[in-house]
Every structure is written in structure tokens, then in C-alpha cells.
Design a protein around this ligand. Structure first.
Ligand code: KIV
Ligand code: NA
Length: 265
């Protein structure tokens, strides 16, 4: 397999080929995810919760992400690597440029950041400097203090309209991809139909151009937290870690995951 590129992601959307992704935090898992044929890997700031044991993503630093990006990059040969900008690393365009440059020099091909609003300037600043950007809307875990918890977003009409407008705005600002987390399936479909860049859902229903899950969730390793409804443990049917990743990829590509029971109305 040739290495997937940023234009390759957009081509997959245009051709109706589903994009499959999972998080990874180290070289061993990255190698297995790559062997299972997934399209991209995210070094998410979820590592604060699943690796570091914090109860939010807020404590994660640029140095933490840079370390894990370097580890994961050594394990990948075909999948594209995306790195999360951690809490406040995207507070100004200049800070975001510094952190993103570190991540790209460590092997990432794209950075991800949460929100629209004042982040539109950051997206524009990075993409104008040849840094591919993945936006992230809906439930944005770095907003947990203001949101008061991890809740489905865009359920009321006004909030749905705002989210749809934000999706268009991040695409117009130069984002190359958009993660939609915990939004009603119908709204995710509307946004996916409305913009040219691929949408990647997590708790956003089956109509997105691709799906992402946290690796630990997919393997049933989420003890200590209530399992969200969009999570499926693929280890039982997969029989092994690589088998679980292949079962997940097959299910996303044939449209059987996520099912209606994994989405929000
Ligand atoms: O940090 C993360 O793992 C993420 C994904 C869940 C999209 O942002
Ligand atoms: Na994240």
C-alpha cells in the first residue's frame, strides 16, 4: 500500500470510499493498526485519559503529544498520521504554528484542533503555511469545563444551525478534514452533504465519510468510565487485536458500523 496523502483523503470522499481511523499512542499499536489497513491514525489528546489516567484532556502538553507522535510515526508505513493540538496550544496562531511544526517534524502529516470562532484564524494561518488541518466540532472535550460534561451537541434547532454554519466556516478557512463528535446523525449527514472535505464521525451516525474510535474503547479497555453508546468492543468478534481492527475497518467500509443503536437522534 502506498502512503495515504491529504489529497487522497478528499479523493476517498469524492469516490464514496469510507475512511477508517483509530487513535494510537505507541509504535507497537501503530504497526498493528497499519497492518490492519486503516487509513489514518490520530495521536489524540485522549491520551491524557487513556494513557495518563487524567479525567479530562486538559493536562496534556505539546511535549506529551510530540513524544507520542514520534513513537507512532516509527510504527506506520501506510496510514496517514494526525496529531492533536492539546489544550491552549492553538490559543494563538503563532503558538499553533510552533506546536504544529514540531508535530510535522516528528512525523505527523496533519494537525487537529477543536472549535470554530476564533479558531478560524488559526486554521487559516496554518493552512496558508502548508500545514494540513483537521477541524473538530460538536462535543469538543477541551471545552468540558464550560460545557459542564461530555454531552451530545447540536440537538436544538439553533445549536444545529450554528454547528452547520461552523462546519462550512472551518472548510472555508482551509481545513482539510472535519471530525464530528457526538452530534445527531441527521445533522452529521446534512453537514457531510454540505461540505467538500471529508467528515469523520465519532458518535455522529453512519452518514459521515469516515469513522474514528479511541483504540482502547474499540478493544474494550475502558474500565473506570461509562462506555458511551457510540463505542463498540470489536475484540470479541475479531479474536485478536489485529483482528479487532480489521473487523472494525470492514464494518465501517460495508456500512454496518455504526448502527442506529450507536447514534443520537
Ligand atoms: O483525542 C482523541 O482521541 C480525539 C478523537 C476521539 C477524535 O480527538
Ligand atoms: Na482529541
Amino acid at each position: 500500500r502506498a502512503r495515504l496523502t491529504v489529497p487522497g483523503l478528499r479523493k476517498m470522499k469524492a469516490e464514496g470510499r469510507r475512511i477508517v481511523s483509530v487513535t494510537a499512542y505507541d509504535a507497537g499499536f501503530a504497526r498493528t493498526v497499519d497492518a490492519a489497513g486503516l487509513d489514518f491514525v490520530l495521536v489524540g489528546d485522549s491520551l491524557g485519559m487513556v494513557c495518563q489516567g487524567h479525567d479530562s484532556t486538559l493536562p496534556v502538553t505539546v511535549a506529551d503529544i510530540a513524544y507520542h507522535v514520534a513513537c507512532v510515526a516509527r510504527g506506520l508505513s501506510s496510514a496517514l498520521l494526525v496529531a492533536d493540538l492539546p489544550f491552549q496550544a492553538d490559543a494563538t496562531p503563532e503558538r499553533a504554528l510552533d506546536a504544529s511544526t514540531r508535530f510535522l517534524q516528528a512525523g505527523a502529516a496533519m494537525v487537529k484542533l477543536e472549535g470554530a470562532g476564533n479558531k478560524l484564524d488559526v486554521i487559516r494561518f496554518l493552512s496558508e503555511r502548508e500545514i494540513p488541518v483537521c477541524a473538530h466540532l460538536g462535543l469538543t472535550p477541551q471545552s468540558v469545563l464550560r460545557l459542564g460534561g461530555y454531552k451530545v451537541q447540536g440537538r436544538e434547532q439553533a445549536a444545529a444551525e450554528r454547528l452547520a454554519a461552523d462546519a462550512r466556516a472551518v472548510a472555508d478557512a482551509g481545513a482539510d478534514m472535519l471530525v464530528l463528535e457526538c452530534v445527531p446523525s441527521a445533522l452529521a449527514k446534512r453537514i457531510t452533504d454540505d461540505i467538500a472535505i471529508p467528515t469523520i464521525g465519532i458518535g455522529a451516525g453512519p452518514a459521515c465519510d469516515g469513522q474514528i474510535l479511541v483504540l482502547h474503547d474499540l478493544l474494550g479497555l475502558n474500565s473506570g468510565h461509562r462506555r458511551p453508546r457510540f463505542v463498540k468492543d470489536f475484540l470479541a468478534e475479531g479474536g485478536s487485536i489485529e483482528g479487532a481492527l480489521r473487523a472494525y475497518a470492514d464494518a465501517v467500509r460495508d456500512g454496518s458500523f455504526p448502527g442506529p443503536e450507536h447514534g443520537y437522534q
